[in-house]
Ligand binder design. Structure first.
Ligand SMILES: C[S@@+](CC[C@H](N)C(=O)[O-])C[C@H]1O[C@@H](n2cnc3c(N)ncnc32)[C@H](O)[C@@H]1O
Length: 207
């Protein structure tokens, strides 16, 4: 038996569906952004500090884009991407005069002019409904060339209701192991309350 498609009354409005930009625009518009660290997380700052050579970096679902400002100040080429115009407006305010390629587009459709060497992950995968996770895994693998890095913060837990949607270690492995090798994995010590105790810093290298 196949599931029947949802009736119009079962479909939620766009601002209640995290796969839609309106969901995020509503929250940025109301100033309700509990995921926003308001700073560059320590593990990412340390990662940047120990890489003397700048990496062409993509930040999907950049939100306020604190990390983009940090990278640009260090001379790294960075594209900060978000499909919510309100998020882009917020990022523009944070970035002020910092030179960052700020793009309003959908991560699953956007085509990079040059391939990134690093994709930085923070609160993007956990913002995506589970039905998009396989697409995310394929997309990061397609965007990164061999040797490229996917580095950042993963919300590792069984929290089904979200966002943030928790991911179990075996679910993350299933998404990434076919194309990546995990080369770093550690508990995060400066998490903000929504992620505290359930956030890991990981680096995955594209085979
Ligand atoms: C939870 S917020 C995280 C923002 C930022 N990474 C941070 O750490 O503060 C998730 C962001 O992803 C964006 N987003 C969700 N789906 C997207 C998609 N398909 N393409 C681009 N951006 C997306 C949302 O607009 C939102 O700004």
């Amino acid at each position: 038996m196949t599931d029947s498609p949802p009736s119009p009354t079962q479909i939620k409005p766009d601002d209640q569906r995290p796969e839609h930009p309106d969901f995020w625009c509503k929250r940025f518009g109301e100033g309700f952004t509990p995921w926003d660290a308001g700073k560059v997380p320590d593990d990412f700052a340390a990662f940047v500090a120990r890489h003397p050579e700048p990496l062409n970096t993509l930040i999907p679902g950049c939100g306020s884009a604190w990390e983009a400002a940090h990278l640009s100040e260090k001379g790294w080429p960075v594209t900060a991407l978000d499909f919510s115009p309100a998020a882009i407006e917020r990022a523009q305010a944070v970035l002020a005069n910092v030179a960052v390629d700020l793009v309003c587009d959908d991560f699953f459709k956007w085509q990079p002019p040059t391939p990134p060497a690093l994709i930085y992950e923070r609160a993007f995968l956990c913002a995506l409904p589970r039905k998009l996770w396989d697409d995310w895994g394929r997309r990061v693998a397609t965007l990164l060339p061999s040797g490229g890095l996917l580095a950042g913060f993963f919300f590792i837990c069984d929290q089904a209701k979200g966002p943030p949607f928790g991911i179990l270690p075996e679910q993350l492995d299933a998404l990434l192991r076919p194309n990546f090798e995990r080369i770093e994995d550690k508990q995060v010590s400066d998490s903000i309350p929504v992620f505290a105790g359930r956030e890991r810093w990981q680096i995955w290298q594209r085979r």
